[in-house]
Design a protein around this ligand. Structure first.
Ligand code: ADP
Ligand code: SF4
Length: 702
């Protein structure tokens, strides 16, 4: 008997969705349907090849017609350390890639590889090779590295064509069905040759469009000639850099596509740079790319794929029917729900875990750590922890579990335990489920975050063994009286109002009569009384910026202060920082960086310069402190203090999870809920064992 419970009962899907399940011929290969997981980074790359193979394999199992790698560095003369991507530098890299291909094929998908040569995007910190590009220019990295790329000469161009070809042959040997020519996102030499921003050459590879596309054309022709009879060759290109005529723009790129119209087997169209293509829901709606990809299909007889954080099935169908796209591309929706195609195919719309567009996944790449997802806590844990987005291990006992708190952590624990088959009691103090996801979704730009609650509520509706109690703010006496053996405390956290954060590790001086608020107050509808409001952001993720935006919208004279160099600095990892700062400026928020708030009195704050410590006084009617949170741990601590009573009350374990243990992102909370549920009744870890699998670099002989 299987140890697994597979979730979901197929329903009848509306016939208008059938179009999404038509096979699509891409050159010599055929995708089983129109769902296409475009290449996406994941922070695992060459360090975690088996974990990565399994992650892609789960996407294939979830029904995607095509599943691609992230960018794969194809020659040692160009790499993007410290970022961790896949590599195909020589034959020794083939087995890791083949393992992934096998996993993708096992699930019935075509496997695509995005060969990449970063050129002037890669400072080559690992190999110490001199980067190359179309012109002598500083490398274009996120970190302003003190490295320049040198201008490629004709021999370099011949070399790079040869290296690409060698990589193409290796990719074919690894078993890939689609081998990309990557010219998008301003993230590689081919894009740099296309764009006048970088390509200032006066030879046959620079100047007019025909010249700037020459290298892309030659490399595509080389690739087609080498593998075109068995593998499809897509070109990935950006239709706009959103820089006006100073960069690549739609009309120009359409001309380029028009010239090469039927050369590739597929056009994969995006925006450049990556931050424009993968905007968060705070800054772009679903399908924001459409105006920039509309019309590409007119230029070619080959299929076209594009992304737009699509989760609306009607929208997908309309894109196909209107002739905008042939294949629905997805990176983030496939991370949030690797089984999106299968769920649509089976008409299980209530089971779809919609991406919320927060870009926590992107932060995995930016922090060189395995991709994580707010909505899908199993992401990147498929192999190392044996988790699966749609399957759970059967309950190993019939002992009920009480979960206190229906925020992201409590909801994820409840739905996972419910699916495992445990009797679950979920007690929520309020009248609605969702916790902080619900509250924060009411803030400017964050409405899509409500999906964290929505998905889980819909799952709970299907679970007869989960009973939810509203208006139930439990005390230790209540919990002890429940008579439930296992208890998870998921009571969340509250923003603190004493100034403690990254900078001040002790409370700051706050005088009597000072008006001090925190995000918890504003989310509860409490607003400053005066007009001039200072927001002190020592949290550095989104909340400080969102508070400033909210206050500015409500007409307050808002001054945003941060000890960092810029607003919401951590959001560099979600590619939002630039958009946030722009929005704050446009909304009239004054921004002051490198500044600390040291003390608050009625009508004023004492602030100081982060470099000199020089203090000054600033008039402010109210101060909103966005610094850190404290766990709502009173219940947990009360219960711990009464451990002597547990046995009589039939209690075996009480565990704090999510923000109630240590406040962090919503992604941490859903992960914590999942972990609690996955590990309940699990085998205890052997002494000294790790709670996950890992791969270790092979040692060569000395
Ligand atoms: P997390 O992100 O860890 O899930 P949240 O703050 O989003 O945390 O959610 C905590 C939830 O717990 C909120 O919905 C809150 O109303 C609820 N809660 C807090 N204290 C209690 C309690 N003593 N009994 C029941 N529910 C509680
Ligand atoms: Fe979507 Fe956020 Fe998950 Fe990324 S982390 S896939 S943006 S829900």
């Amino acid at each position: 008997m299987s140890d697994w419970v597979e979730w979901g009962t197929p329903q009848k899907r509306p016939s208008q969705y059938d179009v999404l399940f038509e096979p699509v011929k891409i050159g010599p290969v055929t995708a089983r349907n129109r769902f296409y997981q475009v290449p996406h980074c994941n922070g695992m790359g060459y360090r975690d090849p088996t974990a990565l193979a399994h992650m892609r394999g789960v996407k294939a199992e979830g029904g995607w017609g095509v599943v691609c790698t992230e960018q794969v560095e194809f020659h040692y003369t160009s790499e993007i350390t410290p970022f961790i991507e896949l590599r195909l530098w020589d034959d020794r890299d083939i087995p890791a890639l083949s393992r992934m291909v096998d996993k993708i094929h096992e699930g019935g998908s075509l496997a695509g590889i995005e060969l990449a040569y970063n050129g002037m995007n890669g400072p080559n910190l690992y190999t110490r090779e001199v980067p190359m590009g179309p012109a002598h220019l500083p490398v274009a990295t996120f970190t302003y590295d003190p490295v320049q790329a040198r201008r490629m000469d004709m021999q370099d161009i011949r070399n790079i064509r040869k290296w690409h070809l060698e990589a193409v042959r290796r990719a074919k040997r690894a078993g890939f069905d689609l081998i990309y020519v990557y010219a998008a996102h301003a993230l590689g030499f081919l894009h740099h040759f296309l764009s006048r921003r970088y390509n200032t050459r006066t030879d046959e590879y620079g100047g007019p469009i025909e010249n700037r596309i020459r290298l892309l054309r030659e490399i595509t022709e080389d690739t087609k000639a080498a593998v075109g009879d068995t593998c499809a060759v897509p070109i990935r290109i950006s239709t706009d850099e959103l820089l006006g005529e100073g960069g690549l723009y739609k009309e120009e790129v359409e001309d380029m596509i028009g010239i090469m119209a039927d050369l590739p087997d597929l056009w994969d169209v995006t925006l450049a740079g990556w931050e424009n293509d993968s905007r968060t829901s705070r800054f772009a709606e679903e399908g924001a790319q459409e105006p920039f990809i509309m019309g590409v299909k007119r230029l070619t007889s080959k299929p076209v794929v594009g992304v737009g954080r699509y989760t609306s099935v009607d929208r997908m169908v309309s894109l196909v029917n209107k002739g905008v796209l042939d294949l629905i591309g997805a990176a983030r929706p496939s991370i949030a729900d690797p089984f999106l195609p299968k769920k649509i195919e089976e008409g299980r719309f209530d089971d779809i875990r919609e991406c919320i567009g927060c870009n926590i996944c992107v932060s995995g790449d930016f922090t060189m750590s395995p991709v994580r997802c707010t909505q899908n806590p199993t992401m990147a844990e498929e192999w190392r922890k044996g988790w699966h987005p749609e399957k759970v291990r059967k309950a190993r006992s019939e002992k009920p579990v009480l979960i206190v708190g229906g925020g992201p952590a409590g909801l994820e624990a409840a739905q996972t335990l419910g699916k495992r088959g445990y009797p679950v009691l979920l007690a929520e103090a309020g009248t609605e489920l969702g916790g902080r996801a619900l509250q924060e979704a009411k803030l400017p730009g964050l409405s899509a975050w409500v999906r964290v609650a929505d998905y889980r509520k819909l799952q709970l509706n299907q679970l007869a063994n989960v009973e939810t109690y509203f208006d139930s703010r439990l005390t230790a006496d209540d919990v002890l009286a429940f008579g439930v053996p296992r208890i998870a405390i998921a009571t969340g956290a509250t923003w603190r109002k004493d100034g403690v954060g990254h900078l001040h590790t002790q409370p700051i001086a706050i005088a009597e009569g000072a008006e001090v608020l925190c995000p918890s107050d504003l989310m509860a509808g409490v607003l400053p009384k005066g007009k001039r409001v200072l927001v002190w952001d020592d949290d550095h993720y989104y909340m400080g910026g969102v508070m400033a935006e909210l206050l500015a919208e409500k007409g307050y004279e808002t001054l945003y202060l941060t000890p960092a160099s810029e607003a919401s600095t951590w959001t560099r990892n979600t590619m939002e920082q630039h958009f946030i700062q722009k929005r704050l400026i446009e909304k009239g928020v004054s921004i002051r960086n490198f500044t600390a708030v040291d003390a608050i009195a009625a009508g004023e704050a004492t602030i100081s310069c982060m470099f000199t410590g020089r203090q000054e006084r600033l008039e402010a009617d109210a101060v909103v402190l966005v610094t850190a949170r404290l766990p709502n741990e009173a219940l947990f601590l009360d219960l711990k203090a009464r451990a002597a009573e547990w046995a009589d009350a039939g209690i075996e374990s009480i565990t704090a999870i999510g923000d109630a243990l240590a406040p962090a992102t919503i992604a941490h909370a859903t992960y914590a809920g999942r972990r609690y549920a996955e590990e309940l009744d699990g085998e205890p870890l052997a002494d000294g064992a790790l709670p996950f699998k890992r791969e270790i670099t092979e040692l060569l002989p000395l």
